[in-house]
Design a protein. Structure first.
Ligand code: PGA
Length: 255
């Protein structure tokens, strides 16, 4: 299984000209580089999906959306459907990002609806889980993760689960420049594996990729990905600078 570098561009690249500059710089940085053991998934705002697919999608670079609704079509003002994401040429979908949970009322139940529809429509779900600072201080991280996985995976069977990518993204590490120790990340990885093994059996989850997200930078890749044996990273701010994102991809690829 290839390692994964997911670039979450969030609500950035405000105009077509900014987007064009991004393409130019991304292509420049990627030129001549071969990633045998890693792939990059860029997740732009939905309005840019098609042009990202047209301009950057190739063997190494795949495209994903940052969110979607669970219904296919109809009177849902402002929403983007799984069919629309799929038709754009995107293959991945981030689900349950902490910013969706915080600002837009995403819950474990809506995460579950979205995972199910993504799997049904042939999109690869990138599912974010992790605890807040308060939950960490209360020492209930394990309970939070168990709940998020159990609710999020309701009615998902063992033949489907292997297609899900899990992101351990402690919310206090997002945008904060503080990252957990590699032991903490390894602990979360083992916990996620244990929950999944108990639920589905080891055979069905051996290929599942578990990646880390939250303040990933080239200088922290060792600590957050290599040392704890993660299958990749989810990168926010640094993904806006192709030079940095590709540096991160090179480090993960060498792992
Ligand atoms: P960050 O964001 O890398 O800027 O911390 C990560 C994320 O929220 O996806």
């Amino acid at each position: 299984m290839k390692k994964l570098i997911v670039g979450n561009l969030k609500m950035n690249l405000l105009s077509p000209s900014e987007r064009e500059r991004y393409f130019k710089s991304f292509k420049n940085e990627l030129k001549g580089k071969v990633f045998k053991k890693a792939e990059i998934v860029l997740c732009p705002p939905s309005i840019h999906l098609e042009s990202f697919v047209e301009n950057l999608k190739n063997k190494t670079v795949k495209i994903g959306a940052q969110d979607m609704f669970w219904e296919s079509e109809g009177s849902y003002t402002g929403e983007v459907s799984p069919e629309m994401v799929k038709a754009s040429g995107a293959e991945f979908i981030i689900i349950g990002h902490s910013e969706r949970r915080k600002y837009f009322g995403e819950t474990n139940e809506t995460v579950n609806l979205k995972i199910k529809v993504a799997l049904k429509k042939g999109l690869t779900p990138i599912v974010c889980i992790g605890e807040t600072k308060e939950e960490k201080d209360m020492e209930i991280t394990m309970d939070v993760i168990i709940q998020q996985i159990q609710d999020g995976l309701r009615d998902i069977n063992r033949t489907q689960v292997g297609r899900i990518i899990f992101v351990y993204e402690p919310i206090w590490a997002v945008g904060s420049d503080i990252v957990p120790s590699s032991n903490e990340i390894m602990g979360a990885r083992l916990l996620i594996k244990k929950i999944l093994t108990e639920k589905y059996g080891s055979k069905y989850i051996e290929k599942i990729r578990i990646i880390y997200g939250g303040s990933v930078k080239p200088k922290s890749v060792n600590q957050v990905c290599v040392e704890p044996g993660m299958d990749g990273v989810l990168v926010g701010r640094e993904s806006l600078v192709p030079l940095e994102l590709i540096k991160i991809a090179e480090l993960v690829n060498k792992q």
